[in-house]
Design a protein around this ligand. Structure first.
Ligand code: NI
Length: 173
């Protein structure tokens, strides 16, 4: 089921998420949540989505840098831990919860993370370039952090003002 994507201003996006308890791993409810997240992300043409973006303050995110083209690029990380980051990259970033706004963000070039799969297996994922960027962006969501936080104060305030204006016109919901 496609779920409603929460937009910037919704408090769930700025709340640190709770870990998913081990007993929820492998349950149909968790699998359904993951399926809903993929459906929602693909419909919105995103390459990553974190659970709080659909209103679930849980430490879970998905990434698919192929945007649905390559099944083996589907990644689901539950209660992820960033083990290591290396290097640096600057690239344009956006967020499905902040539609219409993109800006350059500096991130590590490479990342290694450990997490649970929905079935309760422990996996390690390594990524670079776009995949590293996506993993780190989504991991930020689990801590209630949006990419705006990585921008200069000037840019951040400019975007916030524009969003405020959109909200007044009823175009931000
Ligand atoms: Ni995002």
């Amino acid at each position: 089921m496609v779920r409603k994507i929460r937009l910037y201003g919704d408090p769930v996006l700025e709340t640190p998420c709770a870990p998913i308890p081990e007993e929820e791993l492998g349950t149909p409810e968790l699998k359904q949540l993951v399926d809903d997240m993929f459906e929602t992300m693909y419909q919105a043409k995103g390459v990553g989505l974190a659970a709080p973006q659909i209103g679930e303050a849980k430490r879970l995110f998905i990434v698919d840098c192929s945007a649905g083209e390559e099944p083996e690029e589907r990644i689901v990380l539950i209660n992820p831990e960033i083990l290591e980051t290396k290097g640096e990259q600057v690239g344009e970033e956006g967020c499905l919860s902040i539609p219409g706004f993109r800006d350059n963000v500096r991130r590590p070039y490479r990342v290694k993370a450990r997490a649970w799969t929905p079935d309760g297996e422990v996996i390690e994922v390594e990524g670079e370039e776009l995949l590293a960027r996506a993993i780190l962006h989504e991991n930020d969501h689990l801590n209630g952090v949006l990419f705006l936080k990585h921008l200069s104060t000037l840019k951040r305030e400019m975007i916030k003002r524009k969003i405020k204006a959109l909200r007044k016109k009823g175009e931000w919901d």
